[in-house]
Write a protein that binds this ligand. Structure first.
Ligand code: TYM
Length: 346
């Protein structure tokens, strides 16, 4: 299947739209949490907004990466995002390492980032605890993320709940820079969806669904077929009760998660979701129905993904056009930072 041409919006058109910037790591196939927490919002907003979506390969190397796997994962992620509905005519989808301004701005910001701010990040603490040796890049990871965001002056940063703290840090860094060198950055605002902001593992509903968890039955991936999706959801861990309702009780987190996934996929209100299961005979019925709606939502994505992967050259071309559009915004911004900080022009 061919992919559409990458047309650039006219400057007038782009100027009238709210700008969105978000990012995602190429560290394995997309899972349902990434899709419901982030990607679905990017796709839904792309008609009304000027979208920049960054595949953050430089973030991925903050933990060890096999070079062949990194290259493969970067292309697979691009194909999955296009398959999930990212339209290259409406969204500049690009690879972070293709836009040098990101690393340059990171250094500039890093030199005024207190180490204590980075050591406090909860994601650093949990990722560092899982590594035998912790590299400096894992600590400075949120500064690179701040650069990703600030270079584009976005109005909105749509993310899942786990990224909130990183965006607050980006805000603090923007404020610091503005205070010291004059108004340069807009303070970024996270946009977190009402449903799907924190999808939990199906094997353990106390843990966030994550790409790094290797347990069978943990995640549904966008590359999974109907059989696998159904198997994982049917085996989802729940409690021994029967009541199908949203709940904050940690004991009932499994049912809460299944219902949350159902809500995020169908777009029904919380009350309507509960009403949909009023006649259910138990959790078995809930699981069957959740597996059905998830399979229905993912089937066209999986099919299109397979088609896109057959033509890596077209994928690379789309990414290179996306990087061109990103550079046009990010390059002047990093030059502005440097000029304000007192660097001689090159
Ligand atoms: P990453 O690659 O871990 O995740 C990509 C997006 O998916 C969301 N997400 C989830 N949402 C709901 N439930 C889950 N279980 C779940 N797991 C992940 C994340 O919140 C995210 O929105 N540091 C970022 C990438 C990044 C970025 C940026 C994001 C780099 N630069 C600039 C926004 C702006 C990350 O590792 O996301």
């Amino acid at each position: 299947m061919s992919v559409p041409n990458h047309a650039t919006a006219s400057p007038e058109e782009a100027a009238s739209k709210r700008r969105v910037l978000s990012g995602i790591q190429p560290s394995g196939d997309l899972h349902l949490g990434n899709y419901l927490g982030a990607v679905k919002q990017w796709v839904a907003g792309q008609d009304q907004r000027e979208n920049f979506i960054c595949i953050v390969d430089l973030h991925a190397i903050t933990v060890p990466q096999d070079p062949v796997a990194l290259r493969d994962n970067t292309r697979r992620l691009a194909a999955q995002l296009f398959a999930a509905g990212i339209d290259p005519d409406k969204t500049a989808l690009f690879v972070q390492s293709h836009v040098r301004a990101h690393t340059e701005a990171t250094w500039l910001l890093m030199c005024s980032t207190p180490i204590g701010w980075l050591e406090r990040m909860t994601q650093f603490k949990s990722k560092a605890a899982a590594q035998e040796k912790v590299q400096a890049g894992l600590l400075t990871y949120p500064v690179l993320m701040a650069a990703d965001i600030l270079l584009y002056n976005p109005d909105e940063v749509p993310v899942g709940e786990d990224q909130k703290q990183h965006i607050e840090l980006a805000r603090d860094l923007a404020q610091r820079f503005n205070h010291r060198f004059g108004e340069t950055f807009r303070l970024p605002e996270p946009v977190i969806p009402k449903a799907g902001a924190r999808v939990m593992g199906f094997d353990d509903p106390s843990k966030k669904m994550s790409k790094s968890a290797e347990a069978q039955g943990h995640a549904v991936l966008l590359s999974d077929n109907a059989t696998k999706i159904t198997r994982v959801i049917k085996r989802a861990v729940t409690d021994s009760g029967r009541e199908i309702d949203f709940s904050d009780d940690p004991e009932r987190a499994g049912v809460n998660n299944l219902l949350g996934v159902y809500q995020a996929v169908t777009g029904h209100s919380p009350d309507a979701c509960v009403a949909d299961f009023a006649n259910a005979r138990g959790y078995g019925d809930l699981k069957v129905r959740v597996a059905e709606v998830v399979t229905e939502a993912l089937a066209p994505i999986t099919q299109r993904f397979d088609e896109l992967m057959e033509d890596p050259t077209s994928l690379d071309q789309l990414l290179s056009k996306g990087a061109e559009r990103a550079r046009a915004v990010a390059e002047p911004k990093v030059q502005e930072m440097k000029a304000k900080m007192g660097f001689l022009p090159a």
